[in-house]
Design a protein around this ligand. Structure first.
Ligand SMILES: [Zn+2]
Length: 512
């Protein structure tokens, strides 16, 4: 008996040793790093062990036999960044190594933004599962996409009750596929024609399964206050978290008002409404010329003159695409007006008419740097890029390192640990992503090793595809996707679906 149990014990020990050594072969220990864990806490000198796709130990650790050891040489190790407003999915199957993304330290992109998503989402998810990319992907369901599907061409109007019901059903299907929630792009046609009730009906559908609401609001300039009121009201009606996408004050007569606008949001939060925001760190946006005319009064000369005076001056509206006359790309409205031997207002109105139905994009400079800094510093703001692969706006390749260079190192608007929190842990909270965003045992091994003294964006308006520097190594689900200034050939990205344990958001408490 004694012998038997001894041999049992011996074989158990052998088995344990064998599994430890197998584990060690599949494990990596990162030592000598200043670990900033994404919770907002300052750096700690601890080691981090990755085994497979997970973080398995954090602390004062000794290497296991056969373990790969990476000496971080005093660099900062942070959770992989989560981009809460990304368009980097366009073209992702042709560029699965996503250099613009991983070179920024981004390991998860949240797509389906501005009311536009792949429908049915399950098909897109299936394709990603079969052909994964270097980064993780999560998606919202887009209101405009639902509207297009249900209303077709006849969508420049309020939807009927039956049409809203059809949109609700399509939304339920895609929430069932794992979408994080509903996204709207109410400044864009055709959802700009939607009534508030339509949006609330869809938002309630999302809330009923623990989904969220994220919005490119109805206005970012002339009607900013009303747009914020609409978003806050959706939060009040549904009791779900509501997020303002790429928050900005894009009109000159509101420059400097960021503190006042934030006060209003803080008041809403004090009433129990979970309103949050994301911001990209540039004074210029990229969209269509049409968004400059919220009333769709594209032929109203007085309004065109107002736009060029208050929203963006002719020299601050630079075309990044114009299908009817590609030679306009890179030129501003003032230059184009001179070429056409006419005034900027006429040029603006004519170009919208000429581009009808064709591709047209403009980069517009209409935000102020102090407002951007104030919005970024707000406790409930996370960082996003709003960028895409091959983007003509530098945000696609530079947004996150730009915050680390400009707002942390140069302007000292926020500390490094605050910035990292706003790029990882806080973002995960805002998106409802449970197992990522902080460095802790059991979390997914999405990590970024960066040099806080050199990290910088290189993308500019003139050369928007220049990749960032100072992001030394990036891991997604335990595999290296970026090292030595290059992408690897690993595609460990996974689908991030809405947390299975997400509880419905309901207004159980009394009046709100
Ligand atoms: Zn947008």
């Amino acid at each position: 008996m004694i012998n038997t149990s001894r041999s049992l014990l011996a074989s158990t020990v052998l088995m344990l040793l064998a599994s430890a050594s197998a584990m060690a072969q599949d494990s990596t220990l990162i030592t000598n790093a200043r670990v900033i864990d994404g919770t907002g806490s300052p750096a700690q000198s601890v080691a981090v062990r990755i085994s497979g796709a997970k973080i398995t130990a954090v602390g004062n650790l000794q290497p296991l036999a056969k373990e790969t050891v990476i000496d971080a040489k005093g660099l900062v190790l942070a959770p992989g960044f989560i981009d809460s407003h990304s368009h980097h999915d366009r073209g992702i199957f042709e560029h699965r190594d996503t250099p613009e993304v991983v070179s920024q330290g981004i390991t998860t992109i949240v797509v389906g933004q501005d009311g536009g998503s792949e429908l049915p989402l399950g098909d897109f998810f299936g394709k990603l599962k079969a052909t994964p990319a270097s980064v993780n992907v999560a998606s919202y369901v887009g209101h405009n996409s639902l509207r297009d599907k249900v209303m077709g061409e006849d969508s420049k109007r309020v939807a009927s009750a039956a049409e809203v019901q059809k949109m609700v059903q399509l939304l339920q299907r895609d929430l069932g596929a794992g979408a994080l929630g509903l996204s709207t792009g109410l400044e864009y046609e055709p959802s700009s024609y939607s009534a508030a009730d339509e949006v609330i009906a869809l938002a309630k559908t999302s809330a009923s399964v623990g989904g969220r609401y994220i919005s490119h609001m109805r206005s970012e300039d002339v009607r900013l206050d009303a747009a914020i009121d609409e978003l806050v009201n959706i939060g009040a009606q549904t009791c779900m978290p509501v997020q303002i996408s790429h928050f900005k004050l894009a009109i000159r007569n509101r420059w400097g008002d960021a503190p006042e606008v934030l006060k209003k949001l803080d008041a809403a939060r004090a009433r129990g409404i979970d309103v949050t925001a994301d911001v990209y760190p540039y004074e210029y946006w990229q969209s269509t010329l049409r968004v400059l005319f919220p009333e769709r009064n594209f032929k109203d000369r007085k309004y065109a003159e107002f736009v060029l005076k208050e929203v963006a001056a002719p020299e601050d509206l630079i075309m990044s695409a114009f299908e009817p006359e590609p030679s306009y790309v890179g030129k501003h409205i003032g230059e184009i007006a001179a070429l056409r031997k006419t005034d900027p207002a006429t040029t603006l109105m004519s170009m919208i008419a000429e581009a009808d139905g064709k591709q047209e994009m403009v980069i517009g400079k209409s935000m102020s740097e102090p407002d951007i800094a104030a919005l970024i510093a707000w406790k409930h703001t996370n960082i996003s890029s709003d960028g895409g692969l091959g983007d003509l706006h530098p945000r696609g390749a530079g947004a996150f390192p730009r915050v680390l260079r400009q707002q942390v190192r140069e302007k000292k608007t926020i500390t490094l640990q605050q910035a990292i929190h706003k790029m990882s842990g806080l973002t995960a909270e805002h998106m409802g992503i449970k197992d990522r965003g902080t460095i802790r045992v059991g979390a997914a091994a999405d990590l970024v090793l960066l040099n806080p003294d050199t990290v910088a964006d290189r993308a500019t308006l003139e050369d928007p595809s220049q990749l960032s520097v100072g992001i030394e190594q990036v891991w997604v689900n335990g595999q290296t996707v970026w090292r030595g200034g290059k992408t690897t050939t690993a595609y460990p990205g996974t689908l991030i679906k809405r947390d299975a344990g997400a509880k419905p958001f309901t207004c159980s408490r009394a009046s709100r």
